[in-house]
Write a protein that binds this ligand. Structure first.
Ligand code: SAH
Length: 228
């Protein structure tokens, strides 16, 4: 009996694709759902997006462990749980237009692009932005728009946004980003110095009033400013 299975495995080896898909399924079942990710569209996107294509070859085998990974230029791709948590926090829906600050590998942008209509993403490190653009285009995403620059100023031409996700931590909330949020819109942003950051949820109510809620202690790379 065992020998038959071995022969079958030898004749029909499991492909990398299947192995990665199985690992994504495990990530969802063993890490994301138990840690409180409930939004069906978010879980579906996490099952689908190929994170292993967005990290350097030498760390690909860790792509579906729930941990951050280096992506070059001193930057990191966030832990899958944090990506799912931030995505769930903005309550993403079809029809929405979302701004992301800190394209990095492009993973968060891809997860958003699976759910909402249009994603606008800004990255300050040009080679990272270029690599993300190439990878995401190759993966077939045509609803992600890229810009190289300082995300501090947001993306005025496409404002206002239904939601904004910031994936690098400033010490203060950039005021232009709050301005570029639609009434009824939500922004998730890590705020504070590296040893003491909190993920915050900012909401702009229908009457324009701004509320702030602290969600989680986190650790993100710093939000860097470009000299004008
Ligand atoms: N969302 C990314 C995470 C990348 S880490 C992903 O899914 O992979 C945060 C990124 O923010 C880094 O690539 C860093 O270069 C970028 N960043 C830092 N300060 C920025 C700024 N002022 N404007 C735009 N991007 C910035």
């Amino acid at each position: 009996m065992k020998i038959k299975i071995l022969i079958l495995l030898f004749l029909f080896p499991i492909t990398d694709q299947e192995r990665f898909q199985q690992q994504r399924e495990n990530l969802v079942k063993e890490h994301l759902i138990p840690q409180g990710i409930k939004d069906k569209a978010v879980l579906e996107a996490m099952r689908k997006v190929e994170r292993h294509l967005m990290v350097p070859k030498d760390v690909q085998r860790y792509a579906y462990e729930d941990r951050p990974l280096p992506i070059g230029k001193g930057q990191t791709i966030s832990q899958p749980f944090i990506v799912a948590f931030m995505t769930q926090a903005i309550k993403p829906k079809p029809g929405m237009k979302v701004l992301e600050i800190g394209t990095g590998s492009g993973y968060q942008a891809a997860v958003l692009a699976e759910i909402v209509d249009e994603v606008y993403t800004i990255e300050t490190v040009e080679p990272l932005a270029e690599r993300a653009r190439e990878t995401l285009t190759e993966m077939g995403y045509d609803n992600i728009h890229f810009r190289v620059g300082d995300g501090y100023h947001g993306w005025e031409e496409h404002a206002p946004f239904d939601a904004i996700i910031v994936t690098a931590a400033p010490e203060e909330i950039p005021p232009r980003l709050v301005e570029q949020l639609k009434e009824g819109g939500k922004m998730v942003i890590p705020v504070g110095p590296s040893a003491n950051q909190h993920l915050k949820l900012i909401e702009k109510k229908k009457n324009g009033k701004i509320t702030t809620k602290e969600l989680l202690p986190v650790r993100f790379v710093p939000f860097t400013r470009r000299k004008q």
